[in-house]
Design a protein around this ligand. Sequence first.
Ligand SMILES: N[C@@H](Cc1ccccc1)C(=O)O
Length: 418
Amino acid sequence: MANHMNAAKNKVAGKSLLGGAMIIAGTAVGAGMFSLPVVGAGMWFGYSLLMMAVVWLCMLVSGLMLLETNLHFEPGASFDTLTKATLGQFWRIVNGLSIAFVLYILTYAYISGGGSIVNHSLEGFGINLPQSVAGLVFAGVLATIVIISTKAVDRITTVMLGGMIITFFLAVGNLLLDVESVKLLSPDGENKYLPYMLAALPFGLVSFGYHGNVPSLVKYYGKDHRTIIKAIVIGTGIALVIYVCWLVATMGNISRTGFIGIIEQGGNMGVLVNALSGVITSDWLTTMLTLFANLAVASSFLGVTLGLFDYLADLFGFDESRSGRLKTAAVTFLPPTLLGLLFPNGFLIAIGFAALAATIWAAIVPAMMAYKVRAMYPDSTSYKVPGGNAVIAIVILFGVITAACHLLAMADMLPLYG
Ligand SMILES: N[C@@H](Cc1ccccc1)C(=O)O
């Protein structure tokens, strides 16, 4: 997303609030969204809404805490500088590793989800590919764009974001008209709901991940904290609205027991979109929905891999020359693409592990840093997240509980629906 920043930096005045909000919303809305109805099927609609509201609030506050810390440093200071100066070498390394891990595993998740959705799209044309090959095609085309230049990514993601908004409202708008309130409010299947929330919590957290963009916003807007706060609130608010529409559209059209089949087939993006296409009678709307899914996962792939690309170039000291970029591309794209060829259907598992690592740098570390900067600058008049230590403790607890849920789910110790 740094690309958007550079393009925007050249505008002398009037940096728009909307631009910042779109950057946040664009990062947040991605593959995580496609996991929400599948992992939420057990607890169903009401509890899903409750969980999303709580997660949104916690992730919003943790982002604001990151902003609070960032404002004590020069605009342009990144996660690395912030953690080193506030928490020291140990947390700097833990934090850096968790960021790199999230970016890598998300790249794999996007290749898996992208392969699945490209496959679903090609079937519409009567072309049948093995899913791993579809993943390879998906990764190959998008990786080429990243290798060409940041500017190419910027242009293409802007077009994609526009396309996403149009196709989302065309497809989901019509799905919303078809919603059967009986399905939403009186779900079928077994009479057990709330316990399934535990295993779903990490997926909620990851779908509200955007925190890598907070330092970029400070670089972009300077220390104008009011505008940055608004951009974060509006951007995450847009994501929340999109997720709620998405839950209504999916759970209002596919029955709760209908999700069991989706889960049995691995719960990948193509399977979910396929099930939705089954209930939409119009071919045209099915095309819109498929197009939206393709654009959502492709734009997230570009955003995340560009971040990973720049991070690895810096880490390994590869330069901007053609051979330098190719080397960086090799370390960025080969490991996740190989994984995508070997395990084409690990979408949900990968998103879960991304959540585990994201609990560290998107929840726990921001809260710890806010605690530390308040001790380091007790007389500071700069922006402070309200609520004192209680709110810091809540955010840390939220991160720890979510991480614990993921680990317990992995150990088969949490109830799983389906
Ligand atoms: N929120 C993104 C994933 C993400 C997590 C953490 C940081 C950045 C992005 C998605 O759902 O696809």
